[in-house]
Design a protein around this ligand. Sequence first.
Ligand code: MG
Length: 218
Amino acid sequence: MKSVHIKNSKEEFTIGKIVCVGRNYAEHAKELGNEIPDKPVIFLKPASAVIHSGEKIIHPDYGNELHHEVELVLLIGETIKNTNIAQSEKAIIGYGVGLDMTLRDVQNELKKKGNPWTLAKCFDTSAVISGFVLKKDYQLKDDEKLELKVNGAVKQSDSLKSMIFNPAEIVEYISSIMTLEKGDLIFTGTPAGVSRVNRGDKLEAKLGEIAELVCSVI
Ligand code: MG
């Protein structure tokens, strides 16, 4: 079982499910030729896909365009179902930064056929996470900055202000579809600037000054 590492706390969170939001930044939806959604687009990743900062992303051999997607990741702290905005906000217990690694060429083929994105999104090492900060230790700012560098060059840089759906809205929506439980993670979508990475590349991601991760691709 995979777990979340919490900064300044020994509390254990075993990762349950990982719910991911697609197309939550208008500029990113546009860069992939997608429409801006009126409800969050959601999909799942298995907990077995998780690696932590310092570990290696293994490039699958059945795809050629492995893309980085840097995202704010929410840690859920309690069981919720059909919540309102206030309860949704309260259920978010911590924040981290993550990479939703995606085989874009495989995803494009799956989209064309109307098939699920599993092969493009759920392979081992496709969910990279930082250590998490508990909300009681840090209040996330609305304009917190997300940044991703590849080999030292900035590829993605945006503010959480550019999100179409904010964290509480995302949690409220997901909880109307499925029960969320302690240890579940929510990847909240990526800003524009996604690009291909190759074996040997070094990726560094940051959420403001509160969370960071470093990993390389093999
Ligand atoms: Mg994503």
